[in-house]
Design a protein around this ligand. Structure first.
Ligand code: FES
Ligand SMILES: [Fe+2]
Length: 396
């Protein structure tokens, strides 16, 4: 493959999304029998509900007859959904079971049904080729329903392409600037980090900050564990990306000198920031997140405080991502450039590029070709560009 083509593609600003993948369609409680859920997953409008037996169902949200949205319809019997317009009924596999105005069922009368699995407090759906849907490839988010972890989360309807959220989570040096009052500290961009390709679809980015003053968010969490704590800490951030769009971040602090970098975290506080991002349209995304912790599991007060605290932090990201998407759209001729800090994000883009290639869908969104003066200047300064540099590495 031409290295220049690859470089241009992985620096694309708006990324198409793979279809042959599991995406979180919603929290388990959002899919129920009271209200049919209408949600677009990877560009495909779907209607979600449960059968009487509790099994989740995902059907295309357009009736076979005249394409009225089934999500405006009603549930009937054990598993059927009735179109709101002329009353056609479908079973959970999408096959039409009743045509009110005629007796013979047209054999082609059906709507697509999508593979669906409930796991880790989410309902996951596969918008692509159903013969490839293997539930063992659902990303590992076990902390969400593991009794050793407690916590909760929310959904952000983000006004940006899903790839911008992945970039945001793969490089946490932005905390210093975007989350200065809660998580930010100078050491974020001054400390070393390493990026590893763990497997075909798993990338990790590890950063340790040794003997630092904990920022406000972590000082509070340490005091939840030990009200008298007022010392320095070793802080870690270990980012795990699972293709196509799940990022679980192992985060925490422990009092300096208690052995956390060597593996003993018992004196510290450990959290997992669980993020899974589902493309909606090209410029909007469903962003499901939760913050899980492994200490003081029974405290609902701490769960609520953490959820509210992280909601505030992620609100800062949401505003930045929306503004970034607007600027991208307003400046179509300007290119993206990558820095050392983008090493993890570049791996993500390479993996997505490979998935899209396998689906034959690389042409879905045109890559950005540097065409302005700024691009040419930077290209001249850095002839090898960022892609060639994106392997396992340490920065500073
Ligand atoms: S559009 Fe659904 S029954 Fe006519
Ligand atoms: Fe952030």
């Amino acid at each position: 493959m031409d290295e220049q083509d690859l470089r241009e593609r992985v620096n694309a600003k708006i990324f198409p999304h793979p279809l042959n993948a599991w995406y979180a369609a919603g929290w388990d409680w959002e899919v129920n029998r009271k209200q049919i859920l209408a949600r677009t997953i990877a560009g495909r409008p779907m209607a979600f509900y449960r059968t009487e037996a509790g099994r989740p169902v995902a059907l295309a949200d357009a009736c076979w007859h005249r394409l009225a949205p089934l999500s405006m319809g009603t549930l009937v019997g054990a598993e059927e959904i009735q179109c709101p317009y002329h009353g056609l009924r479908y079973n959970a596999s999408g096959r039409c079971t009743r045509l009110p105005a005629q007796e013979t069922l047209n054999p082609s009368a059906s709507v697509p049904s999508f593979p669906i699995v409930e796991r880790y407090r989410y309902v996951w759906v596969w918008p692509g080729d159903p013969t490839l849907a293997d539930p063992s490839t659902i990303p590992d988010m076990h902390q969400l329903d593991d009794p050793e972890w407690a916590g909760d989360g929310l959904t952000i309807e983000a006004a940006c392409n899903y790839q911008l959220i992945l970039d945001n989570l793969m490089d946490l040096t932005h905390e210093e600037f975007v989350h200065g009052s809660s998580l930010g500290q100078d050491e974020l961009s001054q400390s070393e980090f390493s990026t590893r390709l763990e497997s075909d679809n798993h990338v990790s980015v590890t950063r340790w900050m040794i003997d630092v003053k904990p920022p406000a968010f972590w000082a509070k969490n340490m005091r939840d564990l030990d009200p008298d704590f007022d010392g320095r800490v070793d802080r870690w951030q270990i980012i795990h990306y699972y293709a196509p769009s799940t990022i679980c971040i192992d985060v925490g602090v422990a009092p300096t000198g208690t052995g956390a970098p060597e593996g003993d975290r018992s004196k510290g506080v450990n959290g997992y920031v669980m993020n899974t991002i589902t493309p909606d349209t090209e410029r909007t995304s469903h962003y499901f997140w939760a913050f899980m912790r492994n200490y003081r599991l029974d405290s609902q007060k701490i769960t609520t405080e953490l959820r509210n605290g992280v909601r505030g932090v992620f609100g800062e990201d949401e505003a930045m991502l929306k503004a970034q998407q607007r600027a991208i759209d307003a400046n179509p001729d300007y290119a993206f450039y990558s820095l050392n800090i983008d090493a993890g994000g570049i791996w993500v883009r390479r993996i997505l590029d490979r998935m899209l290639q396998a689906e034959g869908r690389l042409g879905d969104s045109s890559p950005t070709v540097p065409s302005d003066a700024r691009a040419l200047t930077d290209a001249a300064r850095d002839p090898n560009g960022p892609v060639a540099d994106a392997g396992e590495r340490s920065a500073r």
